[in-house]
Design a protein around this ligand. Structure first.
Ligand code: GLU
Length: 483
């Protein structure tokens, strides 16, 4: 039997981390087993759903590269079928009309919660089917409730193992509201049946719905799918991940400069492990390695540092050319500068991206650091200026003056530059670091940067010398106001 799975988000919000992880697990399993991955938008809650959110969810899926084989289907398109099935259950005596007002039921619930589970049934039986039909025909509003059978409902959960519920604890659930709208449980069961879903993978928070849905599948005479309930995702404080913890919408991470490859890798590790210490996976490797057996039962904790680290690792695997379009959109300010640089020295720009890529943890970081190379409007980091220059301004000045002379004449390759700078340090009986630190501030304005010889190569001789001269002026200025 072909595996048929679905991701069924409600378009009442953006595609958030938890939803994306559920989508990913469904997708991975479908791809691994040659199954079918269906996207179904559960838009029956008219007031809370919006087209904008549907679009955002589809965008999020596309960004993550989770392509679907069928859909998007919209749950609202099936409302007539949902209704017809509720009426069929009513006809077959598996459901009944409920005329009890919500206020009355709430009162009973307050007095005796256990009785409330069967109270509408009690009232319906006391009234009798004939009277109920008459009242309905007279136009009195009623809901249709499913008659939960006696006994026990159990299933072999693909993550949690055998899971059991005593039916006595399950209320006779409403399947069709008084306004004629189907409820979530009926709509899901009807759609899962219609779409011939064989396995439902979804969050743990749905476990208590599962016995109800199994009972409805059976009542409708449909095959019951398998179920796999994946663990919740918690914030670092141990509470369920929510907006309080910062970004939770997948689109926010795209904005932060996270690569979709890293996000997919990160999401896969939220609640699943390959069994060894391996952390870095490409999408293809995940498809090969994924199985439900290794989905953990306990909640997963969202760890931003791990996401950033994974992103850094994935960045180093990216070809600079393929990063270029992403980066172009992120350079702040002078876009023309990048365009010029691209036209005049594409190789240099790509080399710069490669240098930065190996150290950065996000695309935004690369774009930010690239300003140093793209624009000669350097802004000096205060801490770097104080520590690397003004602690000993006389010595810093001497070093930069000496370096200016050496660099004006040396061979402009990484090795040529390295031997020239090292020879210079030796001639002054200094460690290489001692001369490199003030040079780095002169070239980049920052305390840290990629390897200094690579930076020199990327900047070229003229711009490097000009920055050293500017550094010297800045040091002298620092001395005059005595900081
Ligand atoms: N629309 C439901 C949700 O977003 C889907 C639950 C399910 O997968 O059955 O939680």
């Amino acid at each position: 039997m072909t595996l048929r799975v679905r991701f069924a988000p409600s378009p009442t919000g953006y595609l958030h981390v938890g939803g994306a992880r559920t989508a990913l697990f469904n997708w991975l399993l479908a791809r691994r087993e040659g199954g079918v991955f269906i996207l179904r938008i559960e838009d029956t809650d008219r007031h809370r759903s919006s087209d904008e959110m549907t679009t955002a969810i589809l965008e999020g899926m596309r960004w993550l590269g989770l392509d679907w084989d069928e859909g998007p289907h919209f749950q609202s398109e099936g409302v007539e079928r949902h209704r017809a099935q509720a009426l069929r259950l009513l006809d077959e005596g598996k459901a009944y009309r409920d005329f009890v007002s919500p206020e009355e039921l709430a009162e009973v619930r307050q007095e005796d919660p256990a009785r409330a589970l069967r109270y509408p049934r009690e009232r319906a039986e006391a009234m009798g089917g004939a009277v109920a039909a008459e009242r309905a025909a007279a136009g009195e509003p009623f809901a249709i409730r499913f008659r939960v059978p006696d006994g026990e409902t159990s299933w072999e959960d693909r993550v949690h193992g055998e899971t059991r519920f005593d039916n006595a604890t399950i209320e006779d659930l409403v399947i069709l509201r008084a306004d004629g709208s189907p409820t979530y449980n009926l709509a899901v069961v009807s759609d899962d049946g219609e779409m011939e879903i064989t396995l439902v993978i979804r969050g743990d928070d749905h476990i208590s719905n599962t016995p109800k849905q199994i009972l409805l599948h059976r009542a409708l005479g449909q095959p019951v799918p398998d179920f796999a309930h994946v663990p919740m995702i918690l914030g670092p404080d141990g509470k369920r991940l929510s907006k309080r913890h910062g970004a939770t919408a997948v689109g926010d991470y795209a904005g932060q400069g996270i690569l979709p490859e890293a996000m997919v890798n990160f999401l896969a590790l939220l609640g699943w492990s390959a069994g060894d210490d391996e952390q870095i996976f490409t999408r293809e490797e995940l498809v090969d390695a994924f199985s439900l057996d290794r989905v953990l039962r306990k909640s997963a904790v969202f760890d931003q540092d791990r996401l950033d680290w994974l992103n850094g690792r994935h960045l180093t695997e990216m070809d600079p050319e393929s990063l270029l379009p992403e980066l172009l959109g992120r350079f702040e300010g002078d876009r023309a500068l990048v365009e010029d640089k691209l036209a005049e020295d594409r190789e240099g720009l790509l080399l710069m991206i490669r240098l930065l890529r190996d150290r950065a943890r996000s695309l935004n970081e690369i774009a930010e650091q690239a300003q140093i190379y793209l624009s000669d409007e350097l802004s000096y980091d205060d801490a770097a200026v104080r520590k690397r220059w003004l602690k000993n301004p006389v010595e810093s000045e001497e070093i930069l003056e000496g370096l200016h002379e050496v660099l004006a004449g040396c061979e402009w390759t990484e090795t040529g530059l390295e031997s020239a700078v090292r020879a210079f340090a030796e001639s002054r009986e200094m460690g290489a670091g001692k001369v490199i630190h003030p040079l780095r501030v002169a070239l980049t304005g920052q305390m840290s940067s990629p390897g200094i010889f690579e930076v020199l190569v990327v900047l070229g001789r003229e711009r490097s010398l000009e920055r050293i001269r500017r550094g010297l002026a800045r040091i002298r200025q620092g001395e005059t106001y005595g900081s």
